[in-house]
Design a protein around this ligand. Structure first.
Ligand SMILES: Nc1ncnc2c1ncn2[C@@H]1O[C@H](COP(=O)(O)OP(=O)(O)O)[C@@H](O)[C@H]1O
Ligand SMILES: [Mg+2]
Length: 266
């Protein structure tokens, strides 16, 4: 198969008359997908009993794509996001990020990828309660060693991008749920990651705030060209993402593109 990836193949148009067995490789771009899960299996252990969470998942997500990861509770969405983000490792199969197999890297390198290239958004916001909104947003920059003046400038920019310039001094308990999630989004974007992984980001919000949060994530996806993966069972979210990957019982059961225009109206 290696010979099908020789120089020049990347420019072949789709359906260029190659035999089916090589056409896939012949038309595959030379840049690897941003995320690539291959045959991923994951069990959790509850006492002596292994609970299957993923039973052989293949998924490719390209740079800049916006994808909904959809499925009932317990279908494996959170587990898959954790594996794609290098927060956990599979029992079998492999997960590649920008062509690098996460399992082959040391924990230190995986940590650097998470800090520098990825942003995370959670259903329960996960802000640090004793820090102000501004300090929460600046936290990833602080960890990355970005100096004070630059940190404040970029923190301001990120707070402004989510419409919270006036709320920088507030602690999380002085903010509404929608505002907390907007702070969490600013924190996820402030270091300009290649992708944001969001796990049920609208799950604790009313529909108005849910739409606002989704607006911000989609606008950022369109403007920055970074990828967006949202695990959700919120129909209003699914309808606005251009690709929906459906999971059931630890498997991907469908993968539909073109269901919505990027950033399209609800
Ligand atoms: N920490 C854990 N310990 C044991 N089982 C778990 C754990 N986390 C998830 N599971 C199980 O793994 C399966 C997939 O869970 P999860 O990835 O959280 O699904 P989803 O996010 O789609 O609700 C479920 O059966 C769930 O009960
Ligand atoms: Mg979940």
């Amino acid at each position: 198969m290696a010979q099908s990836r020789v120089h020049g193949d990347a420019s072949l148009p789709a359906g260029s008359g190659r035999a089916p067995s090589t056409a896939h490789f012949g038309t595959r771009p030379l840049t690897p997908p941003l995320f690539n899960a291959r045959g991923v299996v994951k069990h959790y252990r509850l006492g002596a009993v292994p609970v299957p969470a993923l039973r052989g998942v293949d998924l490719e997500v390209g740079a800049g794509e916006a994808v909904a990861l959809v499925g009932p509770s317990g279908s494996g969405k959170t587990t898959l996001l954790n594996l794609l983000g290098g927060l956990d490792s599979p029992d079998a199969g492999e997960v590649l990020f920008a062509g690098r197999e996460l399992g082959a890297l040391g924990e230190g390198e995986r940590t650097l990828i998470r800090r520098r290239q990825l942003g995370f958004v959670f259903q329960t916001f996960n802000l640090v309660p004793v820090l102000s909104a501004r300090e929460n947003v600046e936290y990833p920059l602080w960890i990355a060693g970005v100096g004070g003046a630059e940190r404040r400038r970029r923190g301001d920019e990120a707070l402004a991008a989510v419409g919270l310039s006036e709320r920088g001094a507030h602690r999380p308990d002085q903010l509404s749920g929608g505002e907390r999630q907007r702070v969490a989004i600013a924190r996820a974007l402030v270091h300009r990651p290649l992708a944001v992984l969001a796990d049920e980001p609208t799950g604790n919000l009313d529909s108005t705030n849910g739409q606002l949060v989704l607006d911000l994530l989609l606008r950022w996806n369109a403007e920055s060209g970074a990828a967006l993966l949202i695990a959700t069972h919120d129909l209003a979210v699914i309808a606005r993402l251009p690709r929906a990957v459906r999971m059931r019982d630890g498997l991907v059961v469908s993968d539909v593109r073109g269901a919505a225009e990027p950033g399209g109206a609800p």
